[in-house]
Design a binder for this molecule. Structure first.
Ligand SMILES: [Zn+2]
Length: 377
């Protein structure tokens, strides 16, 4: 037996040992624009299979050779993502361990790869999950998305303000832009949990967005309902209560008009006032679409007032009409909800509490269920 054969023999003997010694030493999930990036840290290079199972619930399956999971196999404790509902890790057969990610809703699986080196002492098995709206806008020839079963209604949630535009400041310093994002995320979670809706956020982090851009995102996502979340302000500390707005050519009262002027100002902050750009393309079709959309918006606003009224204090004369630019998608029923007054110290405190947030979210989910006729499901 020459040296070469001995080396080969040793390699053969070592190989099974090496594969048994495979360890999964970490799972990391990062939020990305319109999706999540998942990476699994491994101690050696492996053969793997990653695929999607479409029949409900949608799942991502990762098959790897038998491996020891260091610690407890679980989603990262700080996981705040929107896509993965739960995960499990176990045996698929005598040679394979299977990791399954159960998703809230269908997502696109993309960018599967194994990177790393023995020199680095670690490998990363990675993939991206993308929500359908992003998969949609990224691939122009996504025929497969057209052949799917009737899709769940797409709800677009718009967290007001963001980035350089903080919105209203609370009596005790809370910022509207942070509050609206928190409510938007909670509402998104609650809607996804019902399994009845798809959800897109116009922003999922602290970024500045033109009002026009928010509407554009809602239309790209093919939203069927647009909900813009805001927190109110008033010159007096005593003004309190939630209110719901829909669009009108003419604001219904002076307060509503002043509020619309304040919220719309955000469109000018970026340097250009684009709020009137759509007037150039106004025609009879848009007008007709707007009429129908306005009727639907009003219908949803009434349901929102009814359902939220059971949960929290409402501002008197709660359903109001104002010329908010963010409500101007001609084809998507849209409402703007001022969840309460940050300028009231008492309400600011309430707005920050889990209980109040839960009530607002519950009220909106019930209104959405009624609107789409799903309350008896
Ligand atoms: Zn606002």
């Amino acid at each position: 037996m020459n040296i070469r054969s001995i080396v080969l023999l040793c390699l053969f003997l070592l190989f099974p040992l090496a594969s048994h010694a495979l360890e999964i030493t970490g799972l990391r999930i990062e939020s990305k624009e319109q999706g999540e990036h998942v990476s699994l840290r491994l101690t050696s290079k492996v053969n793997y299979k990653i695929f999607k199972v479409d029949n409900p619930p949608p799942r991502i399956v990762v098959d790897v050779p038998l491996a020891h999971w260091k610690g407890t196999p679980a989603l990262p404790k700080d996981y705040r993502g929107r896509l993965i509902k739960k995960m499990r890790f176990g045996f698929h057969d005598t040679k394979t361990n299977r990791l399954v990610f159960e998703l809230y809703a269908d997502a696109k699986l993309d960018n599967i790869r194994l990177i790393g080196s023995s020199g680095a002492g670690a490998y990363w098995l990675e993939f991206d999950l993308m929500t359908h709206s992003s998969a949609h806008s990224r691939s122009l020839s996504s025929e497969s998305t057209l052949t799917k079963a009737p899709e769940k209604p797409m709800i677009v949630i718009d967290a007001g303000h963001g980035g350089q535009d903080p919105g209203t400041s609370g009596y005790n310093g809370s910022m509207e832009k942070q509050l609206t994002l928190r409510y938007a995320r909670n509402l998104q979670d609650a809607l996804l949990k019902t399994g009845r809706y798809r959800v897109t956020l116009t922003r999922s982090d602290d970024r500045y967005l033109l009002l026009r851009e928010r509407v554009k995102r809602a239309r790209q996502a093919k939203g069927e309902l647009f909900i813009s979340l805001h927190a109110d302000s008033a010159p007096t500390r005593t003004a309190r209560g939630l209110s719901v707005y829909t669009i009108s050519a003419k604001a219904s009262d002076k307060e509503a008009e002043a509020l619309a002027a304040k919220e719309n100002k955000a469109d000018v902050i970026g340097g250009m006032d684009l709020s009137d750009a759509s007037k150039d393309v106004a025609n009879i079709l848009i007008d007709l679409a707007e009429r129908e959309t306005r009727a639907k918006s009003t219908q949803f606003a009434d349901l929102a007032v009814k359902n939220l009224g059971r949960e929290v204090k409402l501002l008197s004369n709660t359903h109001r009409f104002a010329g908010f630019a963010v409500l101007k998608a001609p084809d998507i029923p849209s409402v703007l909800i001022e969840v309460g007054f940050l300028t009231s110290p008492r309400e600011e405190h309430l707005l920050q509490s889990q209980t109040y947030q839960g009530k607002v979210v519950r009220g909106i989910v019930k209104a959405i269920d009624s609107y789409f006729g799903k309350h008896k499901k």
